[in-house]
Design a protein around this ligand. Structure first.
Ligand code: SF4
Length: 602
């Protein structure tokens, strides 16, 4: 039987010329980079100059399935969008679940590489091998939910899946998302703006192929054993299905690293009004939602008393519009999440940018007249939260400046220190003063402020796979390296990072080998992760991102004023030399030639 996992087929679509090519990836590249994030990063690095303008036609936008995406492996529905990001100027890879990636794989495609720029708005229609570029004028300006409904109707098959941008992507908001299946987001780093810059509104796909693996019986045995592990684990089998990722609100608040009012504080006094339990107890949660082949089902199907419906909020989005903006109204927080899904905005950067603007306003750095007729930007104001989100998506009034992200916004008023960002991307929902390894992970992330490039909250707060003292520096550089490398593997295999609460590096190795017939050891697989990490770093260095940007905002040199971690501050500057050493890099953060050769990058 053919092994489809090694038959990696690519659609290359040039929107400037209208040319559509079908290609196949060399097997050696699959061995070196697996798929998804790794393989697409390799292609991007080889094919574009890292110094280009991310919103120019020279940039490429790659929709990349992981090696195991679309199989029955648990959580195996993930795909990655890889490009050069407009928010950070770094390599950008943004991950999403739902069903779009698996459908693309069932249509026979592991990857779609979009090049150039269409003259007028278009969408790409894929029905197995029937691939067409079609006019999207009638869809331009529409929200992602309406675009999805209309495209499925037009496609004529209710089982089709859609990934699209909303008004934010069309208007080149620097943190615009690509939404698939209406509520799943490739949210971070502004990949939606790159799609908008190409005049590409959407991709609609329907596939009818079966995906054959190396040895079906052995693969199913491996899959079953991992599903059992996930179901028996208290986090993936109980906490996440019951409360979603919002199971974290109270845990992180009690641990004292729940960023509040633009990271001024580490606890939020209204957490119980907006946490995962509140979503259940107030009766807003209707059901769980699961992505393709996921036994966890952390998604939230929510109906609000005002009649608004949608999926979410999950932990990061709920925090970004709740504690970070000081908003205690769960209806407004949920509504803000739904609005971002519809408009196509990244929730973390949207909330972080509004929170920074609120602090700017309250400190008197942002003049009232600059708000036009809008409400005052004060912490706790749900009215201003919802008002300015819309202004951002349409770049209206001060929304035009906010659409550039918190760093550029604060810098325009002479106060970039109030942007809680790394490499110009807003940080997520954990104060780095409360977990030293996690702070190092933020500072060194290849796509700017991010929690899913090496989730050190897992050992430092949750005790998985073992409990580490969050304030200790001992061994943290090595931990961060391994977490970053393993995450690159999970992303490239096409699995959800949440599976790693239950599965180990050995488990992922077993799944990869069972599906492909490869004979990797766990060390081999971690070496692949290290290769991907170094390639991304090389791209960034060549894009002009200096190692001096491996840092946190100055606020984190000041002690936390409250909560369980009161008095703690970031030691990232002490950890950084140890991290460079653990990576085998030069002391200035550059990569030596020998390391590139060892990893088969050079
Ligand atoms: S754990 Fe949640 S986000 Fe991950 S695949 Fe399952 S439903 Fe999707």
């Amino acid at each position: 039987m053919a092994n489809d996992l090694l038959n990696v087929k690519v659609l290359r679509i040039n929107l400037s010329t209208g040319e559509i090519k079908r290609e196949k990836i060399d097997l050696e590249l699959v061995r070196l980079y697996l798929g998804g994030r790794g393989l697409a990063s390799k292609i991007l690095y080889d094919e574009i100059d890292p110094a280009i303008d991310p919103l120019s036609p020279e940039n490429k936008l790659i929709f990349a399935n992981g090696l195991l995406t679309g199989t029955s492996v648990p959580t195996g529905g993930r795909y990655m969008v890889v490009t050069k990001g407009p928010l950070t100027g770094t390599i950008a890879s943004s991950n999403s679940g739902g069903f779009f990636g698996a459908e693309l794989r069932k249509a026979g495609w592991s990857m779609v590489i979009v090049e150039g720029k269409a003259e007028k708005p278009v969408y790409i229609s894929i029905k197995d091998d029937d691939v067409q570029i079609k006019d999207a004028n009638h869809l331009w300006g529409k929200t992602t939910d309406i675009t999805t409904d209309e495209l499925i109707e037009e496609f004529g098959d209710k089982r089709a899946r859609v990934a699209c941008i909303g008004p934010a992507g069309e208007n080149l908001v620097k943190f615009a998302a690509i939404m698939n299946d209406k509520s799943r987001a490739a949210g971070r780093t502004g990949v939606g703006a790159v799609m908008g810059s190409k005049n590409l509104k959407a991709i609609v796909v329907r596939g009818s192929e079966n995906i054959n693996v190396m040895d079906k019986a052995a693969f199913m045995e491996a899959v079953k054993s991992k599903v059992d592990i996930i179901r028996k684990n208290p986090i993936t089998g109980e906490g996440l299905p019951k409360l979603g990722t919002k199971v974290l609100d109270s845990i992180i608040n009690q641990s004292g690293l729940y960023p509040t009012k633009n990271f001024q504080f580490g606890t939020f006094e209204y957490t119980e009004e907006v946490n995962g339990e509140a979503l259940v107890n107030k009766g807003y949660l209707v059901d769980n939602k699961a992505c393709y082949a996921c036994p966890i089902g952390c998604g939230r199907d929510v109906v609000l008393p005002n009649g608004r419906k949608g999926e979410g909020p999950e932990y990061e989005s709920g925090w970004a519009f709740g504690a970070d903006c000081g908003v205690e109204d769960l209806i407004a927080v949920s509504d803000a999440n739904f609005m971002c899904n519809e408009l196509g905005l990244d929730t973390i950067s949207a909330g972080g940018t509004i929170a920074a603007a609120m602090e700017m306003y309250e400190r008197g750095y942002l003049p009232k007249e600059d708000l036009g007729n809008g409400p005052e930007l004060r912490f706790g104001s749900s009215e201003s939260l919802l008002y300015y989100l819309k202004k951002i998506a349409y770049r209206e009034g001060i929304g035009d400046k906010l659409a550039e992200g918190s760093y550029r916004f604060c810098q325009a008023y002479g106060h970039s220190e109030l942007s809680m960002s790394v490499k110009k991307q807003e940080m997520p929902a954990y104060d780095p003063r409360g977990a030293q390894g996690h702070g190092l992970e933020y500072a060194t992330s290849n796509r700017g402020g991010c929690h899913v490039r090496g989730y050190m909250i897992s050992p430092e707060v949750l005790g998985v796979p073992e409990k580490l003292d969050p304030q200790s520096l001992e061994g943290k550089a090595g931990w961060v390296k391994i977490f970053q490398d393993l995450t690159a593997v999970i992303d490239s295999a096409g699995l959800c990072l949440f599976s790693s609460f239950a599965l180990s590096a050995d488990d992922y190795t077993e799944l990869i080998n069972a599906g492909t017939g490869f004979n990797f050891t766990t060390d081999d697989v971690l070496k692949i992760g290290e290769r991907i990490w170094n390639l991304e770093r090389k791209f960034n260095l060549e894009a002009g991102i200096s190692p001096e940007e491996d840092k946190l905002p100055n606020r984190f040199k000041e002690p936390l004023p409250d909560g369980a971690q009161k008095g703690s501050f970031s030691h990232v500057e002490e950890l950084l030399p140890k991290y460079y050493e653990a990576r085998g890099w030069n002391s200035d953060g550059t990569i030596p030639e020998e390391k590139l050769k060892e990893l088969k990058i050079a």
